[in-house]
Write a protein that binds this ligand. Structure first.
Ligand SMILES: *Cc1c(COP(=O)(O)O)cnc(C)c1O
Length: 485
């Protein structure tokens, strides 16, 4: 308590040269507010100290704290993260990283004025929804298309437009909840449609659907059970049967595909699900999927299908609240254009990561290990199965080796499918794994990796160009200055 009286007044703080400098760069109000917070915090810590502290030292620590706070605020909070988890579509890490063409298109459209809602042929007002439609028609073969904010919005729009106040038949085995609290029953309720559950959790037959049809039936609905799989004694209605029932009864069939696969270049194990094109061809009336899952684009909800239904959705007032932004349209257009190219797997990071074979991953892990070994050559580390200089157990800071790993698609796609991968396993010797992981997450650049049995596992599948060198620098910094933040 003896130091509290030495806390300088706000006026005194604000006339300090370093604070005046800050006010050249930042708004005065913001600096004053930051100074108040800094003083408050220092007052709190001084309360606990019973030894004399010089007034000058208190002022200095207040100034340092203000500067540090301003510096931190200036970074923002959304930042780049290196994904070492091997989960390709990691929802917490922003799902699909975008391809070069999507990014450059977003820059061009974002930086300039553009024809978002102008028809340049007539000079009249145009529709933002016209831009991507032609491309989606060409790629999927559908009659019409519409893009909204995300797939949850797409499902909402389709249900509200086509089934409000009426009934929608769904198999009990598909009453899914997708990450981020998207629950089919809840969405159904919000949309004003009545959910009619048929079949059982593990078995639903086409007869269950046909028996439930009546005059109030608006849609036959099928949701992709993206993030779980009922294994064993199960039976779901094949899409083709649902489509023929819908056609016979003249009731539209709506497929919420979740991921929506367009690429025909997926590795064998990932080919078992029907592509969007196949669903269109089979005659599904409305199909929805996300822009940022298997498609590899920005967050968006894509609806393709029969023109008469899409036209009704375009007229729904709700669309105004779900509409996509020009940057998203630019990113999506840039992404979809890659699907017209002969090598979409080359230019879309997601496709490239998913198509990578075990041999590709082995080679990438080997190269990563070499980079680590080289960048840390002057530090006491042990690389297993390679000749490294000998250090005593006491000196060693890190042991590492190449390991085989199982990667995942993620994003609620292919819940049980493991991609054979590889990576590097690190065992920190002088700090705990908890500490190491926290430091690597909280530095200037963040690394998120897997942990297992007190070891850190970095999968190379999800590393983007240049990440390896940056990880090496981060680990170097961590080993040399384990206590510095
Ligand atoms: C992911 C998913 C959604 C939600 O999509 P968002 O684009 O995240 O809104 C809806 N339905 C299914 C089946 C999904 O897999």
């Amino acid at each position: 308590m003896i130091n509290l009286k030495k806390i300088p007044s706000m006026d005194e703080i604000l006339i300090q040269e370093e604070i005046k400098q800050l006010m050249v760069r930042y708004k005065r109000d913001y600096v004053v507010q930051t100074a108040r917070t800094a003083v408050e915090e220092i007052r709190e810590s001084l309360r606990k100290i019973n030894t004399e502290i010089e007034k000058k030292a208190i002022l200095t620590s207040i100034i340092d704290s203000i500067k540090l706070k301003a510096e931190n605020d200036d970074k923002g909070t959304l930042q780049r993260v290196i994904n070492g988890t091997g989960v390709v579509l990691h929802t917490n890490l922003g799902r699909a990283p975008l391809g070069a063409r999507a990014l450059s298109h977003m820059q061009e459209i974002g930086r300039n004025y553009n024809n978002l809602e102008m028809d340049l042929e007539t000079g009249e007002r145009g529709s933002r929804y016209s831009h991507i439609e032609g491309l989606l028609q060409k790629i999927t073969g559908a009659e019409a298309a519409l893009v909204v904010n995300n797939n949850a919005a797409a499902v909402m729009l389709a249900l509200t437009t086509l089934a409000e106040g009426r009934e929608v038949i769904v198999s009990r085995g598909q009453l899914v909840e997708i990450g981020g609290a998207f629950r089919i029953p809840e969405v159904m309720k919000l949309s004003g449609a009545t959910l009619v559950e048929v079949g059982t959790t593990n078995k639903t037959y086409i007869s269950d659907f046909s028996q439930a049809i009546n005059e109030a039936t608006a849609l036959l609905f099928s949701a992709h059970t993206s993030n779980y799989q009922i294994i064993g004694f199960t039976s779901e209605v094949p899409m083709s049967e649902l489509v023929s029932l819908g056609q016979k009864q003249e009731i539209p069939v709506f497929l919420d595909l979740g991921s929506g696969i367009i690429s025909s270049l997926l590795p064998d194990g990932l080919k078992k699900e029907p592509t969007v094109q196949e669903c269109v061809q089979a005659g599904a009336d409305i199909i929805s999927f996300s822009g940022d899952k298997m498609l590899g684009g920005p967050q968006a909800g894509i609806i393709v299908g029969k023109r008469k239904y899409i036209e009704q959705m375009k007229k729904n007032q709700l669309l105004r609240a779900l509409r996509v932004d020009k940057l998203i349209l630019a990113g999506l257009e840039g992404t979809l254009l890659e699907y017209l190219s002969a090598y979409p797997e080359e230019n879309l990071p997601i496709n490239k990561m998913l198509a990578a074979t075990q041999e590709d991953m082995e080679a990438k892990a080997e190269a990563f290990l070499s980079i680590l070994k080289e960048q840390l050559s002057d530090i006491p580390i042990l690389v297993h199965n390679q000749t490294s200089p000998a250090y005593s157990a006491n000196e060693l800071l890190l042991e590492l080796q190449k390991v085989a790993l199982e990667d995942m698609v993620g994003g609620g796609a292919y819940p049980n499918h493991k991609l054979p991968g590889a990576g590097v396993e690190l065992e920190f010797k002088h700090i705990s794994l908890e500490q190491a992981a926290a430091k690597l997450r909280q530095g200037k650049l963040a690394l998120v990796a897997r942990r297992q049995d007190n070891k850190m596992l970095i999968s190379v599948r999800t590393l983007l160009a240049g990440d390896e060198l940056e990880i090496a620098a981060m680990i170097r910094e961590l080993l040399l200055n384990p206590s510095r933040k």
